[in-house]
Ligand binder design. Structure first.
Ligand code: SAH
Length: 213
């Protein structure tokens, strides 16, 4: 399932990410461990360790490794964190996070994708990821509050429910923009409930859509 060849390709990918400016050692270590080829159809295995996004089922994509590393670095996951991801997709980002903190909840709005990814994560053995089917606009109230929240689809606005479900002192990382080009934003919830906002680089994402399908 995971060969020396795959491991070698992953360490090259990690070198590429370092060259592109990723510095967090724990994040790089997690990327060097997660077998990304198991998140693509077998026919496309060749593409797994290129630093590129790639189409998966239901018209969605597995995020580019650089984007996964970048968002994870901004989230600064700590071992005891409880994290919410919106946009499970292939489950790759959730798997990377699962090596860095205690509990991950991940919401997907596409039923068939939710089902196939839940099975994949179970097969690979990433048991600390709890996959949920639903509309990520609403977050996951039942399991709130979260130390950190990450949105892996391109939004046009900041959903209020997600802010409500974030702990004081917590981070929320979300790509926002009115067009295809999104700006990566990190929101910090302060002691008095007000929000801090930092802006980072430009990225492209599949759209964050309301409702389920
Ligand atoms: N994190 C994924 C990348 C997924 S692409 C990975 O590592 O592969 C973005 C995903 O967000 C898609 O699967 C899309 O269906 C999902 N999505 C978009 N809007 C959503 C919403 N409102 N709630 C939950 N998931 C959503």
């Amino acid at each position: 399932m995971d060969s020396y060849r795959h491991k070698g390709l992953r360490s090259k990918l990690v070198q590429t990410l370092v060259q592109k400016g990723i510095t967090n050692r724990r994040v790089l270590q997690a990327i060097s461990e997660v077998p990304r080829h198991l998140f693509l159809d077998k026919a496309f295995e060749e593409w797994a360790y290129k630093d590129q996004a790639f189409p998966i089922s239901s018209g969605q994509t597995i995020s580019q490794p650089y984007t996964v590393a970048y968002q994870t670095e901004l989230l600064d996951p700590q071992p005891n964190d409880k994290i919410l991801e919106i946009g499970t997709g292939s489950g790759y980002q959730a798997s990377v996070l699962s090596l860095l903190c205690k509990r991950i909840y991940s919401v997907e709005r596409h039923l068939s994708l939710y089902q196939s990814t839940a099975k994949r994560l179970k097969d690979i053995g990433y048991n600390s990821v709890r996959t949920l089917y639903g509309d990520g606009y609403l977050g996951a109230e039942k399991f709130a509050p979260f130390d950190k929240i990450i949105i892996t689809a391109g939004a046009t606005e900041l959903p209020q429910a997600l802010i409500t479900q974030l702990k004081i002192g917590g981070y929320l990382v979300i790509p926002i923009g009115q067009h295809e080009d999104k700006i990566m934003i990190r929101i910090t919830k302060k002691e008095d409930g007000s929000l801090g906002k930092e802006e980072f680089g430009h990225f492209r994402f599949v759209p964050f859509l309301q409702g389920v399908t």
